[in-house]
Design a protein around this ligand. Structure first.
Ligand SMILES: [Zn+2]
Length: 271
């Protein structure tokens, strides 16, 4: 599932390539992911419009169009974007293809068909848009504290739900909790101020470092999801790089959580 760092790289790669391009044609091969919030027809409304920029908000990739309209892509679990030559082989389960005036194509593929490609005149109409928390890099420590306050549950869930802070998913929440030395199932209400400071610092450093790494590793191959550099996520059973203990793995609510019981104590104790 693409999270903030993955989407930032996709945005960096696509922005200079797509800005100024006219979408000359739209092909919907599988309509399951298409959400036309305009009611005027997805293909018909998009064709002829110019992509003015590529932006990101939370886990959404945004393509503002001129005349005014926005394409918003939520990759969810398995959505991928492919940019390149129209003759290049399509990734499996391509749902939508946008033909660009420069001769290239942008494709959305999704082997789980769980993502969404919205077309809307107003981003406020996108489900969940108005509930989205602030961007992590826009936060100060004080604002972060304020954002967390209404949420009392487990810190991993608070980070991933997107209302306290946007853009963090399952993988980076594990990385942030590990970097902050906090058990992912600790209740937010149990955190001391010093722990909240650590959590804030980890949020900033983990996401920033991941962007730097991915810029190098992904390059322009934006359909690839690179996760092999993560410290604990996806590494259940391996040795903790800090203490040498075994990284734990818990599968709950169809989500994988990895952490180190030694470096991140607590969690099941109610504090
Ligand atoms: Zn450890």
């Amino acid at each position: 599932m693409p999270e903030l760092p993955d989407l930032e790289i996709i945005r960096e790669v696509l922005a200079p390539r797509l800005a100024g391009q006219t979408i000359t044609d739209v092909k919907v091969m599988r309509p399951l992911v298409v959400r036309d919030l305009t009611g005027t027809g997805f293909e018909r409304t998009i064709a002829g419009r110019v992509i003015t920029d590529v932006r990101r908000r939370g886990k959404l990739l945004l393509l503002p169009l001129r005349p005014e309209m926005t394409l918003a892509i939520n990759c969810k679990l398995a959505g991928r974007l492919q940019y390149g030559d129209s003759k290049a082989r399509r990734l499996g389960r391509t749902h939508v293809e946008f033909q660009l005036s420069g001769g290239r194509v942008l494709r959305y593929s999704d082997r789980r068909s769980m993502g969404q490609v919205y077309l809307t005149a107003s981003v406020d109409a996108i489900p969940g848009w108005l509930d989205m928390g602030p961007e992590p890099f826009d936060l100060t420590l004080d604002r972060f504290r304020e954002q967390l306050r209404p949420f009392r549950g487990e810190i991993k869930g608070v980070l991933t739900r997107g209302r306290a802070v946007a853009g963090i998913g399952n993988a980076y929440a594990d990385e942030i909790c590990f970097a902050a030395r906090l058990h992912p199932y600790r209740k937010r209400t149990s955190l001391t101020d010093e722990e909240t400071v650590r959590l804030f610092g980890a949020t900033q450093s983990v996401l920033r470092d991941a962007i730097t790494t991915l810029r190098d590793r992904v390059g322009t191959e934006i359909h690839r999801e690179v996760r092999d550099f993560l410290t604990v996520h996806g590494r259940g059973g391996e040795a903790c790089p800090v203490c040498g203990g075994t990284i734990s793995e818990i599968k709950a609510r169809r989500r994988l959580t990895n952490f180190c019981r030694t470096c991140q104590p607590g969690g099941l104790i109610s504090l």
